[in-house]
Write a protein that binds this ligand. Structure first.
Ligand code: T4K
Length: 368
């Protein structure tokens, strides 16, 4: 049996490049708490993302929780159910009520036409997800937010480096959260960031991730610990140097899937939205008239491990089940029950993509 092919695989710099990057830490003995690597990575990311404000975090989840705290959200937050556990948990762990809006079946992002009907006097924000790197209808979300005086935080965990009509998505809404987890297009091993519009948030975001400390012997907020350390930042500096190649290699894999699977009956392929320069983060396929689970099973038999990102929907988690029993989100249910995200990473070979596609096509023939 061949080596397993997982849904993703982190890209690493050469061993030498990383050890060169971290060598100075043995001299400085400065390992965390916003050191030189951390500062450098913030500057380089602001430049790469073409955005004026950024705060780094130890992971994407804590970045999101801290963005919610910094923007002082209250009451109800309108969000989407087709996402990773983190999005919903971050809202609930912040003492807020997630109000689930359905998704649209074109790009699987929040259904903007439903948002206004969910707004109440308790709504403080909209927290949509650029799921799979598909960008939400931000102009409509912006219009609604303005009309009702709501904050907007994007979960941009999947959207690193994406631009829409030349504008980097880090500049949308009041704030955006990025994940730099090992499984992402850009990784700092674990890590994340918040980019934000209002530079007044710098003080609070930087304090919240460091116990609320604002200056030596001054603690102005009840913060926790969510700092990115120097080894993470060093990995980020290396990976940022290689990001263009990373995205180009992913594009080749993505395009090969498109060529191989286009026109195959019973499946819907992802497509790049108009004006969007993609990062090729995921390849979600919707199996419409054939069993998604049968395809998944068949691939697993061949040591290939796609994932059902995102099944179950977060409000259908066992823990939330009773709370959201009667929730009506038909599009999200439809997609969640049929989606399979196929392996996609920079070092996946064209031969491996061909093998994955042949298995899928053969299994569809058997099933139909
Ligand atoms: N919002 C959204 C929309 C997100 O998707 C995520 C994270 C977040 C928020 C929160 O951001 P972070 O706090 O994580 O920064 C994985 C990732 O752990 C998670 O970061 C990601 N979303 C989610 C979509 O995928 P799992 O539970 O599927 O991970 P796991 O351990 O099963 O790994 C998936 C595959 O990746 C493995 O089968 C093999 C490969 N892998 C994984 C790791 C950790 C490697 O090859 N090397 C590795 O080191 O969640």
């Amino acid at each position: 049996m061949n080596n397993p092919i997982q849904v993703t695989q982190p890209s690493l710099p050469s061993f030498q490049e990383y050890t060169d990057e971290i060598q100075g830490l043995w001299d400085s003995k400065w390992l965390t708490n916003m050191g030189e690597k951390h500062k450098k990575l913030e500057l380089e990311l602001m430049n790469f993302l073409n955005t004026p404000n950024i705060s780094l975090f130890s992971n994407g989840h804590l970045a999101l929780e801290n963005a919610i705290a910094a923007l002082e959200l209250t009451g109800e937050v309108i969000t989407t159910p087709l996402t990773f556990a983190s999005t919903t948990h971050a809202i609930i762990r912040s003492g807020l009520n997630p109000i689930f809006c359905d998704i649209n079946c074109d790009d699987y992002t929040i259904e903007v036409e439903q948002i206004e009907s969910l707004i109440t006097e308790n709504t403080s924000a909209i927290l949509p997800v650029h799921v799979y790197g598909n960008i939400c209808n931000f102009s409509e979300i912006n219009r609604i937010a303005k009309k009702y005086n709501l904050k907007v935080i994007y979960d941009a965990a999947h959207a690193f480096g994406i631009t829409v009509d030349g504008v980097n998505v880090a500049n949308l809404g009041d704030a955006s959260m990025f994940s730099f987890h090992a499984t992402k297009v850009f990784n700092t091993i674990e890590g994340g960031a918040v980019t934000y519009k209002n530079s007044n948030l710098t003080k609070i975001l930087n304090a919240l991730k460091n116990f609320g400390i604002t200056e030596f012997e001054s603690v102005d907020y009840v913060g926790g610990n969510a700092k990115m350390n120097e080894f993470q930042a060093a990995m980020g500096l290396c990976n940022l140097r290689n990001i263009k190649t990373e995205i180009q290699k992913r594009e080749k894999v993505y395009e090969r899937y498109v060529v191989n699977l286009s026109g195959v009956k019973g499946i819907k392929l992802p497509s790049i939205q108009r004006g969007v320069k993609s990062n090729y983060a995921y390849f979600p396929v919707i199996f419409e008239n054939v069993s998604r689970d049968a395809i998944d099973f068949e691939l697993r038999k061949h040591n290939i491990f796609p994932r059902k990102y995102f099944y179950p929907l977060t409000p259908r988690f066992q823990y939330y089940h009773k709370r959201y029993n009667s929730l009506h989100i038909p599009n999200a249910e439809y997609i969640s029950e049929r989606v399979l995200t196929l392996p996609l990473f920079a070092n996946l070979t064209i031969e491996e993509v061909d093998q994955i596609c042949s298995i899928i096509i053969a299994e569809i023939k058997v099933l139909r």
